[in-house]
Design a protein around this ligand. Sequence first.
Ligand SMILES: Cc1cc2nc3c(=O)[nH]c(=O)nc-3n(C[C@H](O)[C@H](O)[C@H](O)COP(=O)(O)OP(=O)(O)OC[C@H]3O[C@@H](n4cnc5c(N)ncnc54)[C@H](O)[C@@H]3O)c2cc1C
Length: 414
Amino acid sequence: MRKYSAFAVAREAFRHHKGWERAWTSPEPKASYDAIIVGAGGHGLASAYYLGKNFGITNVAVIEKGWLGGGNTGRNTTIIRSNYLQDPSAAIYEKARSLYETLSQDLNYNIMFSPRGVIMLAQTHHEVRGYIRTAHANALQGVDTRFIDKHEVKKLVPIMNIEGPRYPVLGGLWQPRGGTARHDAVAWGYARACSDMGMDIIQQTEVTGVRRECGAVAGVETTRGFIGCKKLGIVVAGHSGVVAEMAGFRLPLESVPLQALVSEPIKPCMDVVVMANTVHGYLSQSDKGEMVIGGGTDSHNNYTQRGSFHHVEETVRALVETFPMLSRLKMLRQWGGIVDVTGDRSPILSKTPVEGVFINCGWGTGGFKAIPGSGWGFAELMAKGHSPLTAEFGMERFKEGRFIDESVAAGVAH
Ligand SMILES: Cc1cc2nc3c(=O)[nH]c(=O)nc-3n(C[C@H](O)[C@H](O)[C@H](O)COP(=O)(O)OP(=O)(O)OC[C@H]3O[C@@H](n4cnc5c(N)ncnc54)[C@H](O)[C@@H]3O)c2cc1C
């Protein structure tokens, strides 16, 4: 595939943009592959990419029931950070964050990574203690965060009211190299690189069954017929329980909707990402000027990828004391995605009871930031049967009581 460059843009400008190649192909499925990944979200595509790049496994298909990136990957609010408390989490999220720094160059695709900094506000004394503890843990893990006082918060975010009557801002956990990236571009960049390595990205094809022979995977039934494989990676956030059931095992997680909304575009007024976990809301400003706003998950299990009015009201009401200017903004649109949430708020990257079947799920409300690290570790797990990045995230931890409790870091999530 021809490289994207400033020179290519100039050349195409002269040719009226008629010479661009398709970014990825849409082939007919082959009879079988060395590995199949179900789900062309960020995690599935990154897993396929690192299978090829790091292990030379390129006879791979990524099978997607809709369009690539159309699940949570194209619906999230794009926050990237790695300020988690537990060592295994900090390792995989920091690996992901550091891969994001050079991902545009690695993929030759501009993913618009913007390390503008992320603050998690402390609005209760309990949160102050919790975040100081996390900052100490991060220092030991080599993750660059620090606890800042309320005056530093105000300096970073002048539009904030730090003297709110109910929840005054007491400080915050600041990660200067956290930020955002363009979510679609992450999926598109990985897809283009996978296609360039000769992998097949098969869209509009639903996996409807998993065929097993003598306890091992033989392939998948799809809406376009049977496709054989030696290894199968299930990477279908929001539908992990459904596809796991097809393979004959159950997962310790539940699926719930998570919603977000954006305001009308306004002039630049906030150049960091702010999360307010006590009141349950967070916001950042997109490159187009919209305020991107989200809150907590819906309280009921559901597979509806839609927004609801009560969510707009609840989330904006939560944030308006700290960000009074929000009350003057018109909200432009809202949407929802389905996220898989585990009991300890940590993901599952694991072998399964079926030989050759691997599962990558449970990223809950905060898996966008993890995409490169998750793909890196999951590819290693699929290729070698073990990865230091995923070792602690096996599904057996729920049986053995070895939880990786991230209920604070993933409190409001994202
Ligand atoms: C509103 C919202 C805001 C969020 N904000 C953030 C944030 O700010 N920061 C952050 O880090 N994370 C955030 N997240 C979470 C993040 O989006 C997800 O954790 C992440 O995108 C999951 O990626 P994925 O590749 O695992 O799943 P997805 O992108 O959902 O991909 C899974 C794919 O599998 C496909 N699929 C399902 N079943 C089948 C089948 N039977 N056959 C074939 N294909 C199938 C689906 O169509 C889908 O495309 C947010 C999520 C939502 C919904």
